[in-house]
Design a protein around this ligand. Structure first.
Ligand SMILES: *Cc1c(COP(=O)(O)O)cnc(C)c1O
Length: 372
């Protein structure tokens, strides 16, 4: 994971494990403020949203987290090797014929169909499972009729959790939230003794009626804003910095990069940075006449990205910055404490989730902080 030494790397990803732990505790406190018995778990799929499964899992466990959600079964097996005692839920559900794999790693499938429930009843025997019922996202989860059938066969299953997932929790006033809430309340009443889980990061902030027994935040742990449009209550966890590899003077009228999309409006000083779309820097951050320029943070201020983001590099306009503060090797923040990941994502017309999970493996990765 951290194979590239800092001195030889063009770019650095810093992951603040103390901030991660603090975010988990803040989310747990937020959930408990509405519902004192609510437990806080963690969605840790996709290498913990690109941050690195091992470091994140260990830090969250130390902070007190005991229930983890992965997408794929192999992610569950990877996590099992790191945290022998954790509860590990597999959101993909049960792959046909793979019950033994789940059992051998003590993974809990979040069953998404009647078929899966029957297969687990036949093979998983007395082992725990979760039941994932669809309340309107129309993605994973059982239909109403399948769920009723699973409820009827509950004595053949060891159901540890009944869960559902919100489609619009980041838009508190969206009518689908209340619709899903009411439907989930009805489904939960059909299995009244079984713990329930409904809220992701943003769902925690929807408050009463959404918390239940276990919440499953993901992006907010990693610093994404769970309440868009409001100040972000989370701490910055991930900082992406690119080194200035070269600066060059271009004349007024010169162009930068592929397709010559940006023309210098004056004599300019341009800095080239060592990451591109191969490194998860969205090509949509490229300069374009159609939208305001995307920006980065360097030497205490924000400056524009100019030209096209290419595979291995990108360019910024540092004409207005002191030369000494933009020398070769200077670190430029793409996102971090001075430029929130949600803002960087918005420049590219995407979401923090996508920026974080696309970071790639050509960075020097540095983990800081975090008590164990
Ligand atoms: C990814 C995921 C989560 C976490 O969502 P965030 O929006 O990142 O908090 C929770 N539940 C399910 C089912 C998920 O797929």
């Amino acid at each position: 994971m951290n194979a590239i030494p800092e001195a030889l790397s063009s770019a650095i990803v810093t992951i603040d494990l103390a901030a991660l732990q603090s975010n988990w505790k803040a989310l747990a406190a937020q959930a408990r403020a509405h519902s004192p018995a609510t437990e806080t778990g963690a969605a840790i799929k996709g290498e913990a949203y690109g941050l690195g499964m091992e470091a994140v899992a260990k830090a969250l466990w130390s902070a007190g987290c005991r229930s983890f959600f992965v997408a794929r079964p192999f992610e569950g097996a990877q996590l099992r090797a790191i945290l022998p005692e954790a509860l590990i839920f597999v959101l993909d559900g049960l792959y046909a014929g793979q019950a033994d794999y789940y059992l051998s790693h003590a993974l809990i499938p979040a069953l998404i169909s009647l078929d899966e429930a029957r297969e687990w009843a036949a093979n998983g025997k007395s082992k725990p499972c979760a039941v994932h019922v669809d309340t309107g996202i129309n993605r994973m989860g059982m239909r109403a009729d399948e769920y009723a059938d699973v409820v009827a066969m509950k004595d053949q299953l060891h159901i540890d959790l009944v869960m559902s997932h919100l489609a619009c929790s980041d838009e508190p006033s969206h009518p689908l939230n209340a619709k899903q809430r009411d439907l989930f309340a009805k489904y939960r009443a059909m299995l009244p003794d079984i713990p329930a889980s409904f809220a992701n990061s943003s769902g925690i902030y929807l408050g009463d009626g959404y918390l239940y027994d276990l919440v499953r935040p993901g992006v907010a742990l990693y610093g994404g804003n769970p309440s868009p449009g409001q100040p972000n209550p989370m701490k910055t966890v991930v900082t992406l910095q690119l080194k200035i590899m070269q600066t060059k003077i271009v004349k007024q009228g010169d162009t930068i990069g592929y397709s010559a999309t940006w023309t210098a409006p004056r004599d300019s000083r341009i800095a080239l940075l060592g990451a591109g779309y191969r490194d998860g820097i969205p090509r949509k951050l490229s300069w374009s006449t159609d939208k305001p320029a995307a920006q980065v943070f360097v030497a205490g201020r924000r400056v524009d990205i100019v030209g096209r983001v290419s595979m291995d590099m990108m360019a910024i306009d540092v004409t207005d910055l002191p030369e000494a503060e933009t020398a070769r090797g200077t670190l430029v923040e793409i996102f971090g404490p001075n430029l929130p990941v949600d803002e960087a994502a918005a420049y590219a017309g995407t979401i923090s989730y996508e920026l974080l999970t696309h970071l790639g493996n050509r960075y020097h990765r540095r983990y800081i902080g975090g008590e164990s």
